[in-house]
Design a protein around this ligand. Structure first.
Ligand code: NI
Ligand code: MN
Length: 244
């Protein structure tokens, strides 16, 4: 993914990504895999895993976190309340945190940032409080920086995320209805000042109507590459990392 090709970021459909770092650590972001209709069958076998990053408690994000956490013993990163909930479900290695905080997980530096969304966790027949929805800034050992926005609307403080962390690529929801659509995502790109974007949270269900094509149209006048991936495809960086 980075210029040396040593890191790999694969879209598993919806908001799920698998990240393999330059040193070979494996991380999952928003591990909704088994029931994810967009995830290719051959990618549902996950193998060894070092960590999962969970943006919020909605089923299409936290999906398989309990099963995977129990099975692999991997570290589970989530906002404090959601991490506590995972612990009550038998996930041993929870790494709770909150917005503005950073921690080292596997061999990446993870910072939790804001998202404008909700975070109830469906637990049996009730919805329990899961804290708040969040996004993550993930810095690899070579400095390449990924921003996974989770589920969110555009918000003005995305400018702060851009200014503070200077992500090389932003993974942004564009499907609409439950998150921002292309119109709002175009504004998000402007606020972030990011030059590479991978659209996510689109196409999974008919209700998610925002398309990468619409986003590309709306950002045509901007200095940004919209990388439209099919589920199972890897992001390949089109730009050298470094100051922008
Ligand atoms: Ni959600
Ligand atoms: Mn969602």
């Amino acid at each position: 993914m980075t210029r040396d090709g040593k890191a790999q970021l694969t879209w598993l459909g919806h908001s799920a990504f698998k990240l393999v770092t330059p040193s070979g650590k494996s991380l999952l972001i928003d591990p909704w895999i088994m029931d994810n209709p967009a995830c290719p069958e051959n990618l549902k076998v996950l193998g060894a895993l070092d960590a999962m990053l969970i943006t919020h408690g909605h089923l299409d994000h936290i999906g398989d976190a309990v099963t995977i956490g129990k099975k692999t013993g991997c570290a589970a990163v989530a906002i404090f309340e959601t991490a506590q909930w995972l612990a009550t479900k038998g996930v041993d290695d929870t790494r709770g945190m909150n917005k503005g905080g950073s921690q080292d997980v596997a061999d990446v530096r993870v910072t939790m940032v804001s998202a404008d969304h909700s975070c109830g966790i469906l637990d049996g027949d009730r919805i329990v409080y899961g804290g708040e929805a969040a996004g993550y800034v993930i810095e690899l050992s070579d400095g390449f920086t990924i921003y996974h926005a989770g589920d969110t609307n555009v918000f003005g403080d995305m400018a702060l995320i851009g200014e503070l962390y200077r992500p090389d690529v932003a993974l942004l929801p564009i499907g609409g209805l439950f998150t921002m659509g292309p119109r709002e995502a175009a504004k998000a790109i402007e606020l972030l000042g990011v030059k590479q974007v991978v659209p996510m949270h689109h196409g999974t269900f008919p209700a998610l109507q925002g398309t990468p094509k619409a986003l590309a149209e709306l950002t045509r006048h901007m200095d940004v590459d919209v990388h439209e991936l099919a589920p199972g495809e890897r992001f390949v960086s089109s730009r050298p990392k470094g100051p922008r």
